[in-house]
Design a protein around this ligand. Structure first.
Ligand code: ADP
Length: 672
């Protein structure tokens, strides 16, 4: 797999691995065959070992441009001493203690120097990933070298368990992983687990070794093994915990720190209800992690046209337009690392990232709303290092974006609840106030009426007239407001709509002068469930509005009829019908008030049912709002159709209460 890459470093790695394997093999053969040939091969391979190590370590982490290193000198030095050492190892003096010591120092001295040089280059690297990687390599490499050194001491008469070979394999594995998977998410996890397992394996072996070597007097190998296993099983949990914690602390310190700051941040974010508090929590949490130099939080504006800067550490653009950032928004998913060299190949993405200014190479996290809509962006940048965040760290950071999305959705619900509570409180206060106003109004009106009866000069009389007129108007407004604020649920019962309409029109006709009110009643009509008095109130309202709109001239037609809705799609989706859980009716009773007035301008149409919206000097602006409320309470709706210059038609649509049709009065005649 490594040779497929065909890069120098891969070839060197393959060479090093083969060399190491050959070295161990020839040592075994030498021990077995005791032949001169095997001895010479081992000697040659021993001398070659550090040569490979020096070149491989140099190629694995090359020095960054512009930095001076001692690795070049080390290579030259190793080449220089390599040849005489080879000659010495193959010479007849090779068994001389001085020769052995020299070769020994040459091999381990050079490997140690290569490791130190590797460690230095790693430390100086501007990439955090390279730094972490090198820390691993050097730690495992040093262990492997030290224990191999110890293996050699055994040749000199010291008896130690041969663990150098095991560690050399672990080292090769770590090295291969780090070369083959430059951005692999689970590299650290894998290597971390391997290290924990290795340390535990050595602990286990050590316990067995101790029992078998020093307590050998029990004589029974089996018993010793059982005792050792017992001790190990008892120690297993605390030992495993301790080893894992230590290794994580040593190798994953930065990630551990990030993990604890992110989990604290996410916990705090869950309790934030106001948007500024959330933004502050995110920024201060990330700042506390000490893993960024710049950071910004952007939130979608109310129109959805772009993202406004909600807060930042360091300078950041005030706003990002949705259009400009679209390529990024399309690709982002949960997060997007703009530092990734792969991204640089996508020109649209590069252009989108450029709108982020200084944050163009940051890690961008997304916050999403209920319907997965992108509602916020968090940009995090650490410009002190390259590859500032490993893939697992980015996964960890994604939880911050996700939690921000949840917190933003919660804050909207909270704001709505607060608004509702505020409005409810305001409503009951206003209703109380209206009552307080009504009583003194009555007194003022009474006093003004009394004054009006006594003789006065004409101007005083006029002022008294104004007082009376205005108290009447105030009374009307306050009365309507109370109707609106505390609507009477009424006594809803199935009624004959035609009869109520006819009676109401009769009353209205007797009051109105110049306007003709025509009746057009349906022959048969099912009953509708609504309070008759409330329906009358709505009708009066609509007819009076129509008459006022026509400035006293024209025809108002009040008609009733049956409207059949398409199956399953009745017109009644108002709150009352939802509340009652009734299936949507197929038929509805329509009561329409059609005038020949000037029609309604779009600006007015938009606010028609808004309380207190009026275009009239003497209007309260509550007529239609109350009408709508009453009709909706009966499970119906009010519809309006209008044409400028062509009149207006208001329709009340009520669900039919039952199928009992009520015959109408025979001749629907206009009532003048
Ligand atoms: P008010 O009649 O006290 O103004 P309403 O809520 O009944 O309050 O009506 C609100 C507004 O709707 C009126 O001021 C008027 O401008 C408009 N409006 C209502 N009915 C008609 C109609 N038939 N033709 C034109 N405009 C109308």
């Amino acid at each position: 797999m490594l040779l497929r890459g065909r890069r120098l470093v891969h070839l060197l790695f393959a060479g090093f691995a083969v060399e190491l394997a050959a070295w161990y093999t020839s040592q075994s053969l030498e021990g077995l065959l005791q032949s001169e040939w095997a001895r010479r091969t081992t000697a040659a391979l021993t001398v070659l070992l550090p040569q490979f190590a020096v070149h491989l370590f140099q190629a694995a982490v090359p020095a960054e441009q512009g930095r001076t290193t001692s690795s070049g000198e080390l290579r030259r030095f190793s080449a220089m001493v390599g040849a005489p050492m080879l000659v010495l190892a193959l010479s007849p003096y090779h068994k001389h203690t001085l020769a052995l010591t020299l070769v020994y120092f040459y091999v381990f001295g050079l490997i140690a120097a290569a490791l130190v040089s590797l460690a230095r280059r790693g430390q100086k690297s501007s990439s955090r990933t390279v730094r972490d990687r090198v820390r691993f390599l050097v730690a495992v490499g040093s262990l492997a070298t030290t224990f191999t050194l110890a293996d050699f001491l055994s040749f000199l008469g010291l008896k130690l368990p041969p663990i150098g070979a095991v560690l050399a394999i672990v080292f090769l594995f770590v090295l291969a992983e780090s070369l083959a998977r430059p951005r692999l998410a689970d590299l650290y996890e894998l290597v971390g687990r391997l290290l924990v397992a290795t340390v535990l394996a050595f602990a286990l072996a050590g316990i067995f070794y101790g029992f078998i070597t020093y307590l050998g007097r029990f004589g029974a190998m089996y018993l010793n093994a059982v005792l050792a296993a017992l001790v190990f099983l008892v120690l297993w949990e605390p030992l495993e915990h301790e080893v894992r914690t230590r290794i994580h602390q040593f190798f994953f310190r930065e990630r551990n720190d990030l993990e604890s700051s992110v989990s604290l941040l996410v916990r705090r974010l869950a309790h934030a209800l106001e948007v500024p508090e959330m933004v502050d929590t995110v920024l201060s949490g990330l700042e506390r992690s000490r893993r960024m130099t710049r950071c910004a939080v952007y939130l979608l504006d109310t129109e959805g046209n772009g993202f406004d800067l909600a807060g930042s550490v360091g300078a950041a653009p005030k706003r990002i337009e949705s259009l400009a950032i679209r390529p990024l928004a399309e690709k982002i998913g949960k997060s997007l690392s703009l530092e990734d060299p792969e991204r640089a190949k996508d020109p649209a993405l590069v252009a989108a990232a450029a709108t982020l200014g200084e944050l163009r190479s940051s890690v961008v996290l997304s916050a999403r709303g209920d319907d997965d809509e992108l509602v916020g962006l968090i940009c995090i940048l650490d410009d002190r290092v390259r590859d500032a965040f490993t893939p697992e760290e980015i996964l960890l950071l994604e939880t911050v974006g996700a939690q921000l999305g949840v917190a933003l959705a919660n804050s909207r619900v909270y704001a709505r609840m607060k608004d509702r509570d505020r409005l409810a409180a305001l409503g009951s206060m206003a209703a109380g106030l209206a009552h307080e106003v009504k009583n003194p109004l009555g007194a003022i009106k009474g006093a003004a009426q009394l004054l009006e009866e006594s003789p006065h000069d004409p101007s005083s009389r006029e002022f008294l007239g104004i007082i009376l007129e205005e108290t009447d108007r105030l009374n009307r407004v306050v009365g309507s407001f109370l109707d609106y604020a505390r609507p009477n649920t009424g006594n809803a019962a199935p009624i004959d709509v035609n009869a109520v309409v006819k009676r109401t029109v009769q009353i209205l006709s007797s009051q109105e002068g110049g306007v003709e009110i025509a009746l057009d009643l349906a022959a048969t009509l099912p009953r509708a469930k609504i309070d008759a008095e409330q329906l009358r109130q709505v009708l009066i309202n609509l007819v009076q509005n129509a008459i006022q709109a026509m400035s006293g001239r024209g025809v108002v037609t009040v008609a009733t009829g049956l409207k059949r809705a398409r199956a399953g799609r009745g017109p009644f989706q108002g709150p009352a019908s939802e509340r009652s859980g009734r299936s949507e009716p197929q038929e509805s009773i329509e009561i329409s008030v059609h005038d020949t007035g000037p029609g309604i301008a779009p600006k007015v149409l938009k606010n028609l049912f808004v309380p207190f919206f009026t275009t009239k000097d003497q209007g309260t602006g509550l007529g239609l709002a109350i009408s709508q409320r009453l009709v909706q309470n009966a499970g119906g709706i009010i519809d309006v159709q209008t044409q400028l210059g062509g009149g207006t038609k208001f329709s009340i649509l009520l669900p039919a209460a039952d199928e009992t049709a009520v015959p109408a009065v025979p001749e629907p005649a206009p009532v003048a």
